[in-house]
Design a protein around this ligand. Structure first.
Ligand SMILES: *[C@@H]1O[C@H](CO)[C@@H](O)[C@H](O)[C@H]1NC(C)=O
Length: 195
């Protein structure tokens, strides 16, 4: 074992410790900057706590990019809308529900499917290669995302009677509508930077 001649002199150990500590501090500082960026950006949305809790786990991917932040918020909203729609679909198959309830759920699923379509189009446009999205495309995206939000609001207003399912469905759809509202706010912030 002649090749391994690492020299464990105190001087070298101190140097290695110094480098490891500096590196660790740098990583922490970067992570802190990324998390603070999300916090500051989320403070401008209508539901800042939901915004921060849902996006801070992606801080290392978002870094300090307003575009990636808006894109991630959009992707999260799309995913949540899809899972919510699926869960309402499953609930609508439960036996013993009033026909009016089933009808309201079906309407809701259709409205959410429109939202999914609009969110998907928006995410596709935002994810195209290139560092910037044109102002014209951003304006389309703003229209689609606010239309998605309108559909979600219409869904939660569809449950008129005080049924058991109403509060469950409303809770789920309200969460989706809030995520959409936050995504729209982050999209608007990004759009204001590129104009
Ligand atoms: C949404 O789902 C897709 C596909 O499963 C996944 O690649 C993406 O990371 C998800 N987005 C977020 C923000 O979690």
């Amino acid at each position: 074992m002649e090749g391994a001649n690492i020299n464990f002199q105190p001087r070298n150990v101190v140097l290695i410790l110094f480098l490891v500590t500096s590196y660790t501090n740098l990583i922490y500082a970067l992570e802190k900057t990324h998390v603070e960026f999300i916090q500051t950006s989320c403070s401008l949305t209508t539901y800042p706590t939901l915004c921060f809790n849902s996006l801070s786990t992606q801080a290392s991917a978002i870094q300090t990019s307003p575009k990636l932040l808006a894109q991630t918020a959009l992707s999260l909203t799309l995913n949540t809308t899809l899972t919510t729609s699926l869960s309402i679909f499953k609930m609508s198959k439960v036996h013993g529900m009033a026909p009016r309830e089933v009808a309201a759920m079906k309407d809701c699923i259709e409205l959410l499917s429109d939202s999914v379509h609009e969110l998907q189009k928006s995410l596709e446009e935002m994810s195209r290669p290139g560092s910037k999205v044109s102002g014209l495309v951003m304006s389309d995206i703003q229209t689609w995302v606010s239309s998605a939000m309108t559909h979600e609001d219409t869904c939660s207003e569809g449950f008129t009677d005080d049924s058991k399912m109403k509060s469950v469905v409303k809770g789920k759809v309200t969460n989706v509508a809030r995520l959409t509202s936050n995504a729209l706010a982050l999209i608007n912030s990004y759009a204001s930077l590129i104009e």
